[in-house]
Design a protein around this ligand. Structure first.
Ligand SMILES: NC(=O)c1ccc[n+]([C@@H]2O[C@H](COP(=O)([O-])OP(=O)(O)OC[C@H]3O[C@@H](n4cnc5c(N)ncnc54)[C@H](OP(=O)(O)O)[C@@H]3O)[C@@H](O)[C@H]2O)c1
Length: 284
């Protein structure tokens, strides 16, 4: 147990595998001299969510939480979702003081795209995937005024996402990806991600085999492990630009930090901590 003056935050999920959030937030507290702040990893089974939330808030002294898979949706009835979280049907940040449920993935993606000086209004942008990450991306990119198309292995899932968000998104088949002439591709699939026990997983690309990759395109890959994915390499080989999605993860954490603490997050400190945790200082 920590003392009475301790300010606690943490991350809930089930099962809660390795997460970069503790390293990022602890580094931020340390950098700002916030010695009485703690960040904990808290595995919580979905069927016990309500009682655990009450306990963490009322007895545990928690100020707020990050929420990850598979609790982002089931936590909705326990919070007052803001406009973004309600539209996405997913919460990744809770502030117990206001009962607010937020989704900082949207702001995190937009902040990182802006940090890479990607001007979004009217930019032809192709979203690959139709899961939770794609949902946040479509919502963010539509808000920013991009011209949107989407491609997903399971067409019905993409159709559902577009209908639920009410967004203007053209649904493309694999053969149409090149001819649609995307300027920006946002990979929201998990293809190419490092996976335990699957040594060849990182050799895969979400870009369909046999479909030419347009030249001079930018790809933003939400997959950040490895730091340089197969898709990024494919796009760079055509004179394009590859950007790793680690910055989005850092920026969504920075926004959560600001919600709980009321202070601006030390983004570069958080990024360095995430990189150390992920790549161990080896892979860049
Ligand atoms: N950088 C960040 O901050 C950030 C934030 C959120 C998520 N992410 C990353 O984004 C990725 C997606 O996350 P999510 O939460 O959206 O996952 P999810 O809901 O499980 O969705 C996975 C997506 O990947 C597609 N997919 C999976 N395997 C495939 C394959 N072999 N071939 C073609 N498509 C395949 C799925 O297509 P189907 O619909 O056909 O199954 C679906 O569109 C993960 O790698 C996650 O780590 C990164």
């Amino acid at each position: 147990m920590t003392g009475g003056g301790t300010q606690r935050v943490g991350i809930i999920g089930w099962p809660l595998g390795h997460t970069l959030s503790p390293a990022m937030h602890r580094a931020a507290f340390q950098a700002l001299g916030m010695t009485d702040w703690r960040y904990d990893a808290l595995p919580i089974p979905p069927d016990q969510l309500g009682s655990h939330l009450r306990q963490l808030r009322d007895e545990g002294g928690y100020r707020g939480l990050n929420v990850t898979i598979p609790l982002k949706e089931v936590v909705l009835p326990f919070v007052e979702a803001d406009e973004t979280a309600a539209a996405l049907g997913a919460v990744n940040t809770i502030d117990f003081r206001t009962k607010g449920g937020h989704n900082t993935d949207v702001g995190g993606l937009l902040a990182d795209l802006a940090a890479h000086e990607l001007h979004l209004p009217r930019r032809r942008t192709l979203v690959l995937g139709a899961g939770g990450a794609a949902r946040a991306a479509v919502y963010a990119l539509a808000q920013a005024g991009a011209v949107l198309a989407m491609h997903n292995r399971t067409v019905a899932r993409a159709e559902r996402l577009i209908a639920e968000l009410g967004a203007q998104v053209e649904l493309l088949q694999a053969q149409e990806l090149a001819t649609w002439r995307p300027q920006l591709v946002v990979n929201c699939t998990s293809v190419g991600m490092m996976k335990e026990g699957e040594p060849r997983a990182t050799e895969q690309s979400p870009w369909p085999a046999g479909v030419p990759i347009p030249t001079m395109m930018t790809v933003y890959d939400m997959v950040y492990r490895p730091a340089r994915t197969k898709l990024m390499a494919q796009v760079e080989a055509q004179g394009g630009r590859g950007i790793s999605g680690l910055g989005m993860l850092v920026q969504q954490g920075a926004l959560s930090f600001a919600i709980w603490t009321g202070r601006e997050a030390p983004v570069e400190v958080m990024r360095a901590a995430a990189e150390r945790d992920l790549y161990g200082g080896g892979e860049a």
